[in-house]
Design a protein around this ligand. Structure first.
Ligand code: ADP
Ligand code: MG
Length: 238
């Protein structure tokens, strides 16, 4: 579970090819970072994988299944958004339990999953609070908790830390990395921040104007950038 394949994917808005042609394989359990300057197509690529946008042409496979054109709910992926979109009138517990309740899971089973997620996310002592009584970082963790309980094949993050201050961002970066170590679930993480990319990724995908400039580990990109764009972006001399 958690294997994602993009084959010959094109996304055009009108006659503008925002993503001219991308082939990409993401392996089960990898922490993959899409990095590149603002407007290069990171969010669009993530939204194509999530099913929030349809490809203009090409195919997307998840765990060997062709999901091209399938609704987001059919893809078993969890998208964690920039804005947390928690229910302000519900407790943390109810926010995390919500998707399971919607799926009509039995209360005892829901309780086990919520407690397990809360433990992983250090939210056990906050379950009775409302989102308004939490810090930004804690709210972020509740949003992740709501995704965890659905046991997705992969987590998709679109610049999840950009609303947080610098100190908290550093903390959350570590927490998300730690979460990946614990869950070992595929994560795709979009950022325009080179430091985030270099410190969090198993594999970095460098995007420029909708094209992949290079795919590699942080060390590969740093020591062997394929071109000046990658060298400049990652910050190594070439
Ligand atoms: P990033 O996330 O890397 O900043 P985006 O994926 O949001 O970039 O956008 C890539 C390009 O696609 C930008 O030029 C943006 O204006 C364009 N774009 C994104 N969504 C739409 C849309 N719904 N309609 C038209 N153009 C869009
Ligand atoms: Mg974006």
């Amino acid at each position: 579970m958690g294997n994602i394949q993009l084959k010959n994917v094109n996304k055009s808005f009108g006659n503008v090819a925002v993503i001219p042609r991308i082939d990409l394989t993401i392996n089960n359990g990898e922490f993959v970072v899409f990095v590149g300057p603002s407007g290069c197509g990171k969010s669009t690529l993530l939204r194509l994988i999530a099913g929030l946008e349809d490809t203009t042409s090409g195919t997307i496979e998840i765990d060997g299944r062709d999901v091209t054109g399938a609704a987001p709910a059919k893809r078993r992926l969890a998208m964690v958004f920039q804005s947390y979109a928690l229910y302000p009138h519900m407790s943390v517990y109810k926010n995390i339990a919500f998707p399971l309740k919607m799926a009509k899971m039995a209360p005892a089973a829901i309780d086990k999953k919520v407690q397990d997620a809360a433990r992983v996310l250090n939210l056990t002592s906050y379950l009775d609070r409302r989102p308004g009584q939490l810090s930004g970082g804690q709210r972020q963790r509740v949003a992740i908790g709501r995704a965890i309980v659905r046991e997705p094949s992969a987590f998709l993050f679109d610049e999840p830390l950009s609303n947080l201050d610098a100190a908290l961002r550093g903390n959350m970066r570590l927490e998300i990395s730690e979460l990946h170590h614990q869950l070992k679930t595929t994560m795709i993480y979009v950022t325009h921040d080179q430091v985030e990319a270099m410190t969090m990724a198993d594999k970095i995908v460098v995007l420029n104007a909708g094209n992949i400039e290079q795919v590699g580990s942080p060390m590969e990109l740093y020591h062997k950038p394929d071109n000046l764009f990658v060298a400049g972006f990652i910050g190594s001399p070439k």
